[in-house]
Design a protein around this ligand. Structure first.
Ligand SMILES: Nc1nc2c(ncn2[C@@H]2O[C@H](COP(=O)(O)OP(=O)(O)OP(=O)(O)O)[C@@H](O)[C@H]2O)c(=O)[nH]1
Ligand SMILES: [Mg+2]
Length: 229
């Protein structure tokens, strides 16, 4: 049998590499085959190793845990202003929300997907479409608008009766603390009768979307609650 028939053409050039070996065709073929096999093995090994290293680095950087945060409250309470301030955006020229806004805030290994739903009376019946799988409920109150505190309390009471929101931790933002005469956090808690709440973790956080005060503390409380889940 000739060398040409034993060894595929693409390997023939490797004869040179084994020229120092005994010059029988079989030895040349075996060595050529081993050489190609070894090369392929090394390439595969290096690929596997590099992919393994990439995979290792990918896994060692944990992807953030996601949480759905639902933000409700009467129109003009300041929900969109709070959302924008939390995202370091301008809060001038904010229009009443007709549908919803959503923004993701990444903090301490959590990606908080915050849903801000319009609070006008005509939109409130649609709130329930957003109740599913909420991890935290934020209820925003305009602490300076005593005239509408009763309405805010009535809407809040209805939310507490919703099965899909049962047990969902609650953060009440007592917003607009920068305005003179704004109610304190304990006055807002009393107006919402929060001290009767037994089925969930809750907190009232005085804040101002205008100055940004209190928003960080609110986020921190949510993160602590989410960590315990
Ligand atoms: N002084 C003051 N004004 C605020 C504060 N937060 C919001 N506002 C103002 O209140 C008004 C209503 O704010 P929005 O953020 O649009 O209120 P909203 O709750 O999103 O209202 P809807 O989208 O209609 O449900 C705007 O004129 C804001 O500038 C605050 O902390 N202090
Ligand atoms: Mg809005």
């Amino acid at each position: 049998m000739t060398l040409g028939r034993l060894i595929p053409n693409k390997y023939l050039h490797r004869k040179v590499e084994v020229a120092w070996l005994p010059s029988t065709e079989r030895t040349i073929f075996t060595c050529t085959f081993c050489c190609c096999f070894a090369r392929k093995f090394l390439v595969a090994l290096s690929r596997t190793l590099s992919m393994g290293i990439l995979d290792f680095f990918r896994r060692s950087k944990p992807s953030p845990r996601e949480a759905a945060i639902l933000m409700l409250g009467l129109d003009n309470a300041g929900k969109t202003s709070i959302l924008k301030k939390m995202s370091d955006e301008e809060i001038t020229n904010i229009m009443p929300t007709q549908g919803f806004n959503i923004k993701s805030i990444t903090q301490q290994g959590f990606k908080l997907n915050v849903w801000d739903i319009g609070g006008q009376r005509a939109i409130r019946p649609y709130w329930r479409h957003y109740f599913d799988k909420s991890d935290v409920l934020i209820y925003v109150v305009d602490s300076a608008d005593k005239r509408r505190l009763e309405e805010a309390g009535a809407e809040f009471e209805q939310l507490l009766e919703e099965d899909k929101l049962a047990g969902v931790p609650l953060l009440v933002f007592a917003n607009k603390q920068d305005l003179v005469g704004a109610l304190t956090d304990s006055a807002v808690a009393e107006a919402l009768r929060l001290h009767n709440l037994r089925d969930r973790a809750w907190r009232v956080q005085p804040c101002s979307a205008k100055t940004g005060s209190g928003l960080g503390e609110g986020i921190q409380w949510m993160l602590e609650v989410l960590c315990k889940k």
